[in-house]
Design a protein around this ligand. Structure first.
Ligand code: SF4
Length: 228
């Protein structure tokens, strides 16, 4: 059993690499990084690979990702060939989803669509691990402002680890540029946060990098980080 308060106290003066090291020392091979291959992800992958060269990455393959995202995954895996990539398929194919729920479920019920294509596959993928890592940053949105390095994840019954909570958007890009990391070219076209194609738009709102997600819906999380 992990004492979350004690872990955060021990890490309070640490940086992202310290958090990754703590994760490996604490959980061994029973953790993975759930990653969408956005800007934070390429930074975190670079750091993880330096500490745990054969760490596991989980990608929720919803069948509706941008081609740019899929191409980036290939580039990242070429750069870090020892990392183990797990592609978790959706609970049902797009054709099955359309047959059961009608076309373009993401337009009329994105919560159900995320449940079928992200949350349930995530539950299955996490079945064999104690903890998962994510690139959440506190400044991304109001709902992420109180995130700690180590968090209880009641939704999945796991420990959720967030090494980048203190990083700013500028910090992320400084690291990407300094280390010449590959990144999704959609970031250069006004997309700070990149998810599935139907639910991602360029963002015009300063200070809330999630504002381009699920535009027109009262939703800015996919269900992996929210209680709902
Ligand atoms: S982000 Fe959109 S398309 Fe992707 S699973 Fe959620 S509702 Fe469906």
């Amino acid at each position: 059993m992990i004492d979350i308060a004690a872990a955060n106290e021990a890490l309070k003066h640490g940086d992202a690499l310290d958090v990754i090291r703590w994760t490996q020392e604490t959980f061994g091979d029973e953790w993975l990084y759930a990653c969408s291959f956005g800007a934070e992800a390429v930074v975190l992958i670079d750091m993880i690979a330096a500490v745990v060269p054969d760490a596991r990455l989980l990608f929720l393959d919803t069948d509706v990702h941008f081609p740019e995202t899929l191409a980036l995954i290939d580039r990242v895996m070429e750069r870090y060939p020892r990392l183990r990539l797990i592609r978790a398929p959706a609970s049902l194919t797009l054709e099955e989803q359309e047959a059961q729920y009608g076309p373009e479920l993401w337009k009329h019920n994105p919560t159900l669509c995320c449940t079928l294509r992200k949350v349930r596959p995530m539950q299955q993928a996490l079945a064999g691990v104690q903890a998962w890592m994510t690139g959440l940053r506190r400044e991304q949105s109001a709902s992420r402002a109180n995130t700690a390095f180590v968090n209880e994840d009641a939704k999945f019954g796991k420990i959720k680890i967030c090494p980048l909570i203190h990083w700013s958007w500028d910090d992320i890009w400084m690291y990407i540029n300094t280390h010449r990391l590959p990144y999704n070219p959609l970031h250069d076209q006004g997309y700070p946060s990149i998810g599935c194609m139907p639910c991602t738009a360029p963002s015009s709102e300063q200070g809330d990098s999630r504002s381009g997600r699920w535009v027109g819906h009262a939703k800015n999380e996919c269900g992996l980080h929210a209680d709902g």
